[in-house]
Design a protein around this ligand. Structure first.
Ligand code: GLC
Length: 444
């Protein structure tokens, strides 16, 4: 009996924990779109963020001299956030400190920050976080675990004595890694105390093991401070969700996830990189991602003066217009059908009675939906409200074989410039047929 009680209490505990985790992740899973902001010295030279140091395309001193050109003179965080909000984003993640070690806030733990070391001469993070909060967007802070400027952090490129940036003189007798631990966790604590973010987006964990970073302890501390904080996976898998990057997953990742993507081929402002993805590709990618239950974290790389390049603004605006027109297919939905039912992404309303079909291409003859057991009430084009005819064809319903649903092709004027979305209204919550076919054992 005692054993049964213990087992019950344990499984109840696990259940409560899973439920709490689910609640904590709810805003994130509902968000669908976030904006990533990579803003740093690298924008001045229009070079690769931090990695240009690693690959020795630029010397350390020259890289840091870019600070002189990092002016933020036209920086208007309210404007940024307004644009993000208009795009349909529910959160943003900004690089508070990339691998290069340059902090966007007034950190007490290093002089390598935009107040002391850039022509901006002021804290750039606080007004951005305020703007996000004022406009009701969740606050995500990117923070690189590696700091390639810290003298106690080993790097693969030549670097002059950088001790001058770091005021922790009293720790001189410490072991280098202990000093680094104190430093990097101290900066994270500053971010917590100053901004209490909704989300921490760590990066660079691959440079060391979980034991070395003491990632598990860090995660516990973050939760102690703010039990609701969401943490990405780049904390040696102590995070809450996975972060595939640049290549859209083909198979749906397990659990909550977010796909981060650049609009051209670089994270930071990179004027010579004009290889911008067409708006159509960005909207398709967004649809594919939400159809698999993920979020898109779409990147912008502002210029050193704090303006967002026009190619990026244009793309955000176009995506925003498309989302606004197709809102019911985006917000309040979950991942759609598994492979095999429809040729394209789909999403499903939370009550499972509305299915959204995303048409990437101009349909020919008819649109096909397979394996739906339910009665369909109506099918209409989202945004234009045109009702479409449909017909169930083939199958043997009485034998549980649903056949296909043949949907009329909308006329030209009802097709969206990018992706047309059909709303399929079901009579009851979706029931899917996932079989591989069988004999009709009883014919009518
Ligand atoms: C990579 C890079 C980094 C970039 C990040 C964004 O891991 O190290 O430069 O900021 O991805 O996802």
């Amino acid at each position: 009996m005692k054993k049964i009680v213990i087992a019950f209490v344990l499984s109840l505990g696990a259940y409560v924990q899973a439920q709490e985790q689910k609640n904590k992740m709810q805003w994130f899973e509902d968000a669908k779109l976030g904006i990533f902001v990579h803003w740093g010295y690298y924008a001045v030279g229009g070079i690769t963020e931090s990695w240009s140091l690693y690959h020795q395309r630029i010397g350390y001193q020259e890289y840091m001299e870019q600070g002189k050109g990092f002016s933020a003179e036209n920086y208007d965080p309210d404007d940024w956030v307004e644009l993000f909000k208009k795009t349909g984003a529910r959160y943003a993640v900004i690089t508070t400190k990339h691998h290069d070690g340059v902090a966007l806030w007034d950190t007490n733990l290093s002089d390598l920050n935009v107040v002391d070391h850039a022509s901006a001469g002021r804290d750039l993070l606080t007004p951005f976080v305020d703007a996000l909060r004022n406009q009701n967007l969740k606050v995500g802070l990117y923070f690189s675990l590696p700091d390639w400027s810290h003298p106690d952090y080993e790097v693969v490129f030549p670097r002059p004595e950088t001790r001058v940036f770091f005021p922790q003189k009293d720790q001189e007798t410490w072991e280098p890694w202990d000093r680094y631990m104190k430093f990097y966790t101290g900066q994270i604590q500053e971010l917590q105390n100053n901004y209490n973010p909704d989300l921490f987006w760590f990066d660079g964990d691959w440079e060391h093991s979980s034991e070395k970073w003491r990632s598990g302890i860090l995660k516990e501390k973050l939760l102690e401070y703010h039990p609701g904080v969401v943490v990405n996976s780049r904390l040696n898998h102590h995070g809450d969700y996975s972060t595939p990057e640049q290549g859209v997953p083909v198979v749906r990742p397990d659990g909550p996830w977010e796909f981060c993507l650049t609009m051209n081929d670089n994270w930071g402002y990179f004027p010579s990189d004009t290889n911008y993805k067409p708006t159509a590709q960005i909207i398709r990618t967004f649809s594919t991602v939400i159809g698999m239950g993920g979020n898109l974290l779409l990147n912008v790389g502002p210029k050193p003066d704090g303006t967002i390049p026009k190619e990026q603004v244009e793309r955000l605006e176009a995506l925003g217009q498309w989302i606004e027109k197709h809102e019911p297919a985006v917000f309040g939905t979950t991942a759609g059908l598994p492979y095999g039912h429809f040729n394209g992404p789909t999403t499903l309303s939370k009550d499972k009675t509305r299915l959204y079909l995303f048409l990437f291409d101009k349909p020919r003859h008819y649109i096909e939906l397979k394996g739906i057991q339910n009665k369909v009430k109506s099918i209409k084009v989202l945004g234009t409200s045109l009702d479409l005819d449909f017909q169930r064809n083939g199958g043997a319903e009485w034998n549980n074989i649903p056949g296909i649903l043949r949907i009329e092709t909308p006329q030209e004027g009802h097709l969206d410039e990018y992706i047309t979305v059909l709303e399929v209204q079901l009579e009851k919550p979706l029931v899917l047929y996932r079989g591989h076919g069988q004999a009709v054992e009883l014919n009518l």
